[in-house]
Every structure is written in structure tokens, then in C-alpha cells.
Design a binder for this molecule. Structure first.
Ligand code: T4K
Length: 389
């Protein structure tokens, strides 16, 4: 156990990457020259082309944020009825389904990678099912081949929520190429961001026109409005941030890899704490560092560890707790008994701080603090044992 000097600055779960200010200023100066601030301006179009190339997407469209992009993906495919998805995700996934008038049907997750359990999807398919919306949680790819087989067999569409999976690939194939549509989020807290922002990637070219109308009030020309739509356009300031950040994303991911490695080296021997390893064939983006806390072996619950770390000025997050299927608006009889792995993981998961400007000293401080807490927990457990004996 070390004598730890408490950090006087709070260490948050994430910190947005900010590029050199002068580079951003140089990009936005162009806005003053052309006075187009939004509505598919030149910077928007330049960013769209750059991203399409970076993500090796066949087609790509930009949106104001990932959530609106997901709703527009659902509307583009004109989905009806029920959609099978995961309860272990950010609320956006289920809300997008629900906001589009559809019913999310929650499938349990695989306890190894926390993604939808492909062996449990088929039993949830009914005549009302129109699609599967899996999430590549923490950027770890779902079993895309199995999902494709199931979708083909039952005539279902697949929309991937790839909010966490920017830059990820599986066996050399970029993640946005799977399913009918994939959604990426460029929120400030993500590996890659455009302040707020999102994109859809897809292989079927005609979707592009539909998406363009849906994100701009259904407008198809100066005198025509073809359909109902919304306002989900990315503005030029967002696009400019995206263009500049794209220059730095590789270096950012490399630093995240080093941080992840340091965490793994430091925390690997702590009893009752487990974390994911690299998967063969997967190029990861190291977006999050989730831990599973076994309360018995670690000596305290996830919630206690989370609260104790606050005392060290370390602010971890319980991504993703509560389970979406436990929210009042989604709770259905029987889900509690069925979604056992999701419940297990949601009650034990804790996400540690991870962002590219996290220094080695800060990582060591976080790990030392966890060791401190773990040591205190084991001393208290043995005292209790002796008292009982
Ligand atoms: N699907 C999935 C699976 C998602 O995870 C998300 C978003 C979406 C869909 C929807 O995509 P978007 O519509 O958001 O593009 C954060 C993000 O706001 C959210 O984008 C993200 N998922 C989710 C996992 O995390 P909160 O509620 O945790 O955010 P907040 O404000 O508590 O921030 C987290 C930490 O980051 C805090 O410690 C403060 C720090 N922070 C945050 C911001 C915004 C900063 O230091 N600076 C900042 O500017 O949702």
C-alpha cells in the first residue's frame, strides 16, 4: 500500500480531445468568407467526403448528432412493429426505436463481450419483427456474421448502433460496412468528435436521397416537400471541428491503446476485477475501459468502489446502468428473468477514465487508488472473518 497524495483536480471518465486552436480557427475563417453556416455547406461536404474515405464507407451522410442519425436510419428503412435490440446500451438506442413508433424487444447479452447474444435473437422473432438493432458496445464488434445469417433467414433489416466503434474493423473490413445501415456518434465524449455529430454509412445508394430529405424537413427542392421530416443537419462549425480532429484521430487511438495496456498491466492481478482483452482480427479504437467488479472476491460492490473513488477525486461511470429494460417506460413482464447476463453485467460494470491526454502519472494514481481501496477491503474482510471464527 502506498501513501497517496490526493489529486486536487477531478479526473473525469473522459475529456474531449481539442485540436490546436489555430487549426480550428483557420477552418472556421472560411465560414466568414462564404457566410454559409449550415444547410449542407462546403465544409459539411468536405467533411462528409473525408469521413467516407476514412471509414471506407460505400455511402455516408452526416447528421447533427448520433441519436437523430439513428432515428433517421429507422425511418429510411420504413421499419414497423417490433425491433430486437440490447438493453445494455445508452438510452439513445431504445429511445430512437420508441420515438419512431416501434417497440424495442430486448435480447440478453453475451457475458464475454457485452454485445447482443446472437443465440437468443431467433426466439424473440415474431411476425411483427422488422429489424435487429445491435450495438457494438464499447466499440467491440458484435458477431456480425451470425446477425447477418439470422437477418437473411427471417427477412429482417439490420441497423448497427456503432456510436462507440469509430475506426474499428473486423478481419480488415471497416465496421460501417455491416448490416443495412450503421450509425456513428461524434459527440464530444467520443474517440472522434465534431462537438456533436453523427453519421450513417450504408451500401444502398438510394438511401442517401431519402436521408437528405428526412434530415431537412422532407424538403426535396425549393418548391417541394416530399415527406415529413425533421431538422438533423450538421452545421459548418461542427464539420470544421471534425475535419481538424480527423488529422489527430490515429494518434489519439494509439495513445488510448497505450493507456489501455497500462491499465491492463497494473490491474491484472487484482482479485475480483476483470476486463476485456483484444479480440483476434479486431482493430480496436480503445474507446472505454470497463471493469467487472465481483463484490465477493473484490471485497466490495461496484457501487461502493465507485463512491470510494470519488474520495480520491476519480469519477468513474456505470456505463450502462440502469439497464434500459428496467426503465419504467420499457419494463415488460418476464424481461427481468430473461435478461440475466445483462442484469449481471449492469450491476457490476464500472468504466475507468480513458482519454488521450490522461498521463501515465494519472493512470498510476488511479491504479494506486484502486489498489489502496482493494487492500482496505481485504483487511476489513479478514477482520470480519476472524471476528466470526
Ligand atoms: N448510442 C449509443 C450506444 C451511445 O453511447 C450514444 C451516446 C448514442 C447512441 C447517441 O449519440 P449522440 O446523440 O450523443 O451523438 C455521454 C454522451 O453525451 C453520449 O454521447 C454517449 N453516448 C454516452 C455514452 O456518454 P453522459 O450522459 O454520460 O454525458 P456527461 O455529460 O455526463 O459527460 C460524460 C463525462 O464527460 C463527464 O465526466 C463530463 C465529461 N465531459 C462531457 C462533455 C460533454 C467533458 O469533460 N466535456 C464535455 O464537453 O453521455
Amino acid at each position: 500500500m502506498k501513501d497517496l497524495e490526493l489529486s486536487d483536480t477531478p479526473i473525469l471518465v473522459t475529456k474531449p480531445f481539442l485540436p490546436p486552436l489555430h487549426e480550428y480557427m483557420r477552418e472556421i475563417e472560411k465560414i466568414w468568407e462564404v457566410t454559409i453556416l449550415s444547410n449542407h455547406g462546403p465544409i459539411h461536404n468536405q467533411f462528409e467526403a473525408a469521413l467516407k474515405s476514412y471509414l471506407n464507407a460505400k455511402h455516408l451522410s452526416l447528421f447533427v448528432n448520433g441519436h437523430m442519425a439513428l432515428e433517421i436510419a429507422i425511418k429510411t428503412l420504413d421499419l414497423q412493429g417490433e425491433v430486437i435490440t440490447t438493453p445494455f446500451t445508452f438510452a439513445s438506442t431504445a429511445h430512437a426505436i420508441s420515438n419512431c413508433g416501434l417497440t424495442p424487444v430486448f435480447c440478453d447479452i453475451n457475458p464475454n463481450d457485452y454485445n447482443i447474444d446472437v443465440t437468443k435473437i431467433e426466439e424473440l422473432i415474431t411476425e411483427k419483427t422488422s429489424a435487429i438493432v445491435p450495438v457494438h458496445v464499447y466499440g467491440t464488434p458484435c458477431d456480425v456474421n451470425a446477425i447477418q445469417r439470422i437477418a437473411k433467414k427471417h427477412g429482417l433489416k439490420v441497423i448497427y448502433d456503432a456510436a462507440h466503434a469509430f475506426g474499428v474493423s473486423v478481419n480488415g473490413v471497416d465496421i460501417g460496412n455491416f448490416g443495412d445501415i450503421s450509425m456513428f456518434s461524434f459527440h464530444a465524449t467520443k474517440v472522434f468528435h465534431s462537438i456533436e455529430g453523427g453519421a450513417l454509412s450504408f451500401n444502398h445508394e438510394p438511401y442517401k436521397t431519402v436521408m437528405a430529405k428526412l434530415r431537412n424537413f422532407g424538403i426535396s427542392g425549393p418548391d417541394s416537400i416530399d415527406m415529413t421530416g425533421t431538422n438533423a443537419k450538421m452545421n459548418e462549425f461542427q464539420a470544421a471541428m471534425g475535419i481538424v480532429n480527423l488529422r489527430y484521430v490515429e494518434a489519439d487511438i494509439e495513445r488510448r491503446r497505450q493507456i489501455t495496456q497500462r491499465y491492463r498491466n497494473r490491474l491484472g492481478s487484482i482479485e475480483g476485477m476483470t476486463f476485456m482483452r483484444d479480440e483476434p482480427g479486431v482493430k480496436s479504437n480503445y474507446s472505454y475501459f470497463p471493469l467487472i467488479i465481483d463484490p465477493v472476491r473484490f471485497g466490495m460492490s461496484r457501487d461502493e468502489l465507485h463512491d470510494r473513488l470519488h474520495q480520491y477525486n476519480i469519477f468513474t461511470r456505470k456505463y450502462f446502468y440502469p439497464l434500459i429494460s428496467d426503465l419504467d417506460s420499457y419494463r415488460r413482464p418476464g424481461d427481468g428473468e430473461r435478461l440475466v447476463n445483462a442484469k449481471y453485467v449492469a450491476e457490476r460494470i464500472l468504466v475507468l477514465p480513458l482519454y488521450s491526454t490522461l498521463s501515465d502519472d494519472m493512470i498510476d494514481y488511479i491504479c494506486d487508488s484502486i489498489e489502496d481501496i482493494s487492500y482496505a477491503a481485504s483487511v476489513s474482510a479478514s477482520r470480519n472473518y476472524l471476528r466470526r471464527a
